[in-house]
Design a protein around this ligand. Structure first.
Ligand code: 1KN
Length: 469
């Protein structure tokens, strides 16, 4: 038995050694995390707000009394609504109740440190007055630049802004899914110039933007133009100091997306965590990452019906804690209404999350993976600066009231107390070696809560608690 196992291991090692390295011009340009201060700030954001807004908020997932089953911002792709009708909606887009300052206050109240906003979704409608297409906000009855107002209002609240941009553009006649003919390739060359122009325009108009958030980059047309995307990315980075771009912009020269042909992450952070969260630290491969999450199952733009399960504030706080515990940011989507207001359900969630953050954000901001074994009661986080202070974000209180903690080898617990009641210390019970129980004094919590865990290097070499068996 042992003999067989060894043989398999040897084979594996050989396979690794002979694995081919593919020389790439347009793959990853850096291995590992960015080390600069702009990215360090991004890493510390913890919580963000995503805003999906455009003319799709007008039908709100419904046309002629019929309900569209997909996400509301995709309604243009539905047979039930003629594309020409959709493309005329903007003549009536007039969000008179839009108040960028009020949105910024909501985001601030929730505890968001950054905001991602759709400058242009797949439908091609631009919320800024773009020089490169008339299909933009200046040609709507509303007229005013929405992106500019948001950038200013959010920056005044101390919230950084990242610009969402869909490369795929259903409105531009030069967009192609695939390049099949000479004509296609001529059209797509024009489209590439248009895309470059719009991106330079955005960065020039909104110099305080911290990054670009790309979407609609999966089609063959774009993925087979990896060299163009990569060179454009380098150009944009030169233009805009510290610019943050995730793994979703360009493919490598073999059409590989996110991770290049050698398995290395392209861009500054992994952008594949859309509406999903990794389970263990090994799932994130040491990279920066961010999760973007919707409140209902899969609806970004405003949907009148809001079908299916609607996540609660506690569920969302748990997702936020889980992300922080695995080194990622959590970004919650809002889909404002066509009149420019945010629906009451979302305002309530922002308030409830904010109320929790006011007490507990120390366990989220600038926190990451703590290096402790995961336990069933919730999530450990640790400040990226303070190596001897961890947080236990507790969601599931066991009937015993005893929370199991296993501190890393070579550490002991120095002090344990509730984050919001620092004077009330717990006395951890040592189970064996570096494993402890923290006995809660009350077990009828109605909200997730945070326990601070101060550790110290253990003086005495620990006995068999750490021994490998
Ligand atoms: C599964 O295919 C898609 C394609 C596009 C799922 C979602 C999306 C878009 N990305 C999100 C950030 C939303 O903007 C959504 O419309």
């Amino acid at each position: 038995m042992l003999h067989i196992t060894l043989a398999i291991n040897v084979q594996r090692i050989n396979a690794q050694q002979t694995k081919q390295f593919t020389p790439l011009k347009h793959g990853a340009h850096r291995i590992g995390k960015r080390a600069d201060s702009v990215m360090a700030k991004w890493r510390g954001y913890g919580l963000g707000q995503f805003i999906t807004w455009g003319v799709y908020s007008m039908p709100g997932g419904e046309w002629n009394g019929k309900q569209y089953d997909g996400a509301a911002e995709w309604i243009r792709s539905w047979d039930g609504m003629p594309q020409s009708t959709y493309d005329s909606l903007f003549h009536h887009f007039n969000p008179l109740k839009f108040n960028a300052i009020a949105w910024g206050e909501t985001a601030k109240g929730m505890g968001a440190k950054y905001m991602v906003v759709t400058t242009k979704h797949h439908d091609g409608f631009c919320l800024w007055p773009s020089k490169y297409t008339d299909y933009n906000i200046a040609h709507s009855p509303y007229k005013k630049d929405i992106i500019g107002q948001l950038v200013n209002a959010y920056n005044k609240q101390g919230i950084d802004v990242i610009l969402y941009f869909s490369v795929m553009d259903w409105h531009n006649p030069d967009w192609r899914y695939e390049i099949k003919t000479k004509e296609d390739s001529i059209a797509f060359e024009r489209f590439k110039k248009f895309t470059r122009n719009q991106l330079i325009e955005l960065l020039t108009r909104y110099p305080t933007a911290k990054g670009l958030w790309f979407d609609g980059t999966w089609d063959k047309s774009w993925a087979s133009n990896g060299a163009f995307g990569d060179e454009l990315e380098q150009e944009l980075r030169k233009l805009h100091h510290g610019l943050i771009i995730g793994s979703r912009f360009h493919a490598d020269e073999y059409g590989k997306r996110h991770f290049d042909s050698n398995g290395n992450l392209m861009g500054d952070y992994e952008q594949g965590w859309e509406r999903k969260i990794p389970n263990t630290i090994s799932d994130v491969h040491g990279n920066d990452w961010e999760c973007v999450m919707t409140v209902p199952e899969n609806m970004w733009g405003y949907n009148k019906a809001w079908k299916g399960h609607i996540k609660t504030a506690d569920e969302l706080i748990e997702m936020l804690a889980k992300c922080a515990s695995l080194d990622g940011n959590f970004v919650l989507n809002f889909g404002p209404k066509p009149d420019g207001t945010i629906r009451q359900e979302e305002l309530n969630l922002a308030k409830d999350i904010g109320d929790w953050m006011k007490v507990n954000s120390e366990a989220i901001y600038n926190c990451g993976y703590a290096g402790f074994d995961k336990q069933d009661w919730g999530y450990f986080t640790k400040s990226r600066d303070d190596t001897d202070k961890a947080y236990m974000i507790v969601f599931n209180v066991p009937v015993s009231g005893a929370l199991r903690v296993k501190v890393p080898a070579g550490k002991t617990i120095k002090k344990t107390y509730l984050l919001n009641q620092p004077n009330e210390a717990f006395e951890p019970e040592q189970i064996v070696g570096n494993e402890y129980f923290i006995h809660l004094k009350k077990t009828d919590h109605t909200k997730p809560f945070v326990i601070v865990l101060e550790t110290a290097n253990s003086q005495i070499k620990q006995a068999d608690g750490n021994a490998k068996t």
